[in-house]
Design a protein around this ligand. Structure first.
Ligand code: UGA
Length: 443
């Protein structure tokens, strides 16, 4: 098939590259000329394991093209994927200006039947608005060309996006058209060979499915963080509780890891947007509001622990940070718990010395050069002479640490672990004061 993908961000690039990799002809479009020019040379604007190789291979073999020429892409693709950003508005709702701009572009240039596929995470009702925007452009041109709009939300995790795309649990397509069903079967057929993964449903149900999935996952995390905070005050170890409840197949082990809060570009934005949508239709989504506020509070937990350890006296102290990205295997700093911690430490007059395997350039870009932030190339450099070590991201190499070395390097033997990576007994035996999340030590 010939496929156009609007937006070469995270979702668009992964979608375009993976669809090319199974033999489709894909043209990716973006308004950012520098990005397109880079992609033509094989420069990938984001860090995502495995993506660069797929982009390069398919580009070299002529199945994946990059352009800023929207008219060409509209003419090219039978399918027109919209995968541009939907950043949160000031009021928490999703900003649809980029999605609707692409819709207008498609309406302006199309000269034959097109299937428009909403891939971006968009509120319920957006497919209708996309259809109206296209229809208005066609009316302006005084032409009558048939088209369909369907919803095909993505369920990719950053850091595992290729795997999630190629081995997805399900492919959700919202449409009421048989023509669209046939085309989407052809598009995703190569990924649906062993068993049929495509779930066809109504457009509005598909749009809501995306938000419901993310809200459910965020709810699991906030629930577990609530239990962790409670466990801490009750002298119970939440890690034992996690295993105790996860062993029930109705609950399951996934997504019940307590920690310093969820971040990223999806959960915070989507939970807020869904709560906002609810309000718009006159419904107070109390659970969603609670999920959001528990997470907000959880991002302060590490700072609060430091305040208690140092009796409120953080001015002039150096705090070492392991992990800046909102989760491992990404350089994404959006809504990262580390940011809340660093900003609180700076406000309290402390210095931060940080290491992250991928996100240091992004951190430098966000905060610029400042006296109280030092980014170091090696994790033990961060700890040398520091008053405490705080772990914000569960990068794999952090799971095993040389505790004796930490004990020697730290000026004060304090380890605050926002991801519960270590066995508290082993750290205490190594002479370290260890504070994790919900592990029985009520500070
Ligand atoms: C999330 C969803 O997992 C994807 O299915 C969805 O497609 C994507 O959002 C999206 O809407 O595009 P992502 O934001 O990449 O993916 O990250 P996750 O791996 O889900 O992690 C989100 C946050 O939750 C991280 O900060 C992570 O540390 C935290 N988390 C996760 C926990 O605190 N505890 C857990 O048990 C799991």
């Amino acid at each position: 098939m010939r496929i156009a993908v609007f937006g070469t961000g995270y979702v668009g690039l992964v979608t375009g590259a993976c669809l090319a990799d199974v033999g489709h002809q894909v043209m990716c479009v973006d308004v950012d000329a520098a990005k397109i020019e880079g992609l033509q040379r094989g420069v990938i604007p984001i860090y995502e394991p495995g993506l660069e190789a797929i982009v390069r291979r398919n580009h070299d073999e002529g199945r994946l093209a990059f352009t800023t020429d929207a008219a060409r892409a509209v003419a090219f693709g039978e399918l027109q994927f919209i995968a541009v950003g939907t950043p949160p508005d000031e009021d928490g709702s999703a900003d649809l200006q980029y999605v609707l701009a692409v819709a207008r572009t498609i309406g302006r240039h199309m000269d034959a039947y097109k299937i428009v596929v909403d891939k971006s995470t968009v509120p319920v009702g957006t497919a209708e608005r996309v259809g109206e925007a296209i229809a208005r452009e066609l009316a302006t041109r005084d032409v009558s060309i048939d088209f369909d709009v369907c919803s095909n939300p993505e369920f990719l995790k950053e850091g595992a996006a290729i795997e999630d795309f190629t081995k997805s649990a399900r492919i959700v397509v919202g449409t009421d058209s048989e023509r669209v069903r046939a085309a989407m079967r052809e598009c995703y057929g190569p990924y649906s060979r062993n068993h049929d993964k495509i779930l066809f449903m109504d457009v509005r149900a598909a749009e809501l499915t995306k938000y419901a999935a993310n809200a459910m996952l965020a709810t699991k995390i906030s629930f577990m963080n609530e239990i962790a905070n409670l466990a801490e005050r009750l002298g119970a170890d939440v890690e034992q509780v996690r295993l105790g409840i996860g062993s029930d197949p109705r609950i399951g082990y996934h997504f019940i890891y307590p920690g310093c809060g969820y971040g990223g570009s999806c959960f915070p934005k989507d939970v807020q947007a869904l709560a906002r949508t609810a309000r718009e239709v006159g419904y107070e989504a109390e659970l969603l509001d609670a999920v959001e506020s528990v997470n907000h509070r959880q991002k302060r937990v590490l700072f609060d622990k430091l305040v208690q350890v140092f009796d409120g006296d953080l001015a002039g102290r150096t705090i070492a940070l392991w992990g800046l990205a909102f989760k491992p295997d990404t350089d994404d700093m959006r809504e990262a718990p580390s940011r809340v911690l660093m900003e609180a430490l700076w406000a309290a007059g402390a210095r931060v010395r940080a290491f992250d395997p991928q996100a240091m350039a992004e951190t430098a870009r966000i905060y610029g050069v400042r006296e109280d932030l030092e980014l170091v190339p090696e994790r033990y450099d961060a700890v040398d002479g520091a008053d405490a070590l705080v772990i914000c991201t569960e990068w794999k190499p952090f799971r095993a640490a040389d505790f004796a070395r930490l004990r020697t390097l730290l000026a004060r033997p304090v380890v605050v672990d926002g991801r519960n990576l270590y066995d508290p007994r082993i750290l205490r035996e190594a002479g370290l004061m260890y504070y994790a999340v919900g592990r029985g030590e009520s500070l």
